[in-house]
Structures are given as C-alpha cells and as structure tokens.
Design a protein around this ligand. Sequence first.
Ligand SMILES: [Zn+2]
Length: 171
Amino acid sequence: MNEAESSSKIEKRWTSPMQKAFHFDSSSEPYVADAAVLCCFDQRIRLAVNKFLQRRGILRPDMIVVAGGAKTLASPRNDFERDFILEQVRMSILLHRTVRVFLMSHSDCATYGGLAAFGGDHGREADHHKQELLRAAELIRTNFPEIEVECFFVTFEGIFAMKADAVEQVA
Ligand SMILES: [Zn+2]
C-alpha cells in the first residue's frame, strides 16, 4: 500500500459514522452523586460492593475503580498516582456536588501481594488494611476538609466499616 492509499484509508476510518453496537435506554438527567467511591478493580469484589452501595442508599455513586483502591492514596506507587486519584475526587465534588467519599480496600488484593503477603493471616491483613485506610482517609480530609469520609474493608465474607478505633461488620 502506498502512502496515498494508506492515508485515505485512515481518513475513511475517521469519517465513517459510528455504528450502534448496543441499545439501552439510560437516564440523561443531571445528578448529584451520593458518594465518590474509590475501590479496586478486582472483579471478585464488584458484586458485593455494588450490593453494599445499594443497601447504603448510594444509588448514584461516582465510581473510581483502580488497581488497589484506597492503596492509591495510602501507599501510592508514585506522586502521579496519588494526585490523579485526588483529582478524580475533586472532579466528582466539582461536577456532581459529591459530599461523601467511600474509601475501600479488600482482602487478597494483588497490589499488596495478596493474602500470601501476610502469611495467610487474615487478622494481620485486616490490621494492615486498617492502617492503610486511616492514612487514605487522612489524606482526603486534609485535601477536602468539607467532605465526609467513610472507610471499608471488603472480604470474601462481607464488608467491614472502619471506625477510628474499631472495625465492625456492616454487610
Ligand atoms: Zn485489589
């Protein structure tokens, strides 16, 4: 293929109309987000998280789904990662008037090396995540003092709410 043919092919690709690949009627109404929710992209926790949010009345969440969830604030791989997530929260507040942030981490998260990194000890793992969630919450409070923060640790048996000095199962 010569250069002219090649460029005309590219042009055609970009000017041809998009084809409908799926039909689904969605509400186009603007909304106020019930919460910005930072959680891991691990598919194993998705259903539990979705059901939990519904149970909590978080029907319009701004989902920030990234590898590690709250780890991106507590123990970011680099400044870019942390700043990017803070910016996502800022955008949720700005665009959807979010007043609450849910921070989540989960058991056997690969970004921590899984449960194996804690020698298979669920207690040690939970203690570590508690510290991580507290640090992530502190960062949110420092950056967005007006925002309410709640922290949750997701396991394969349920979801645990973090309090300053205790952990309680809520789902
Ligand atoms: Zn994970």
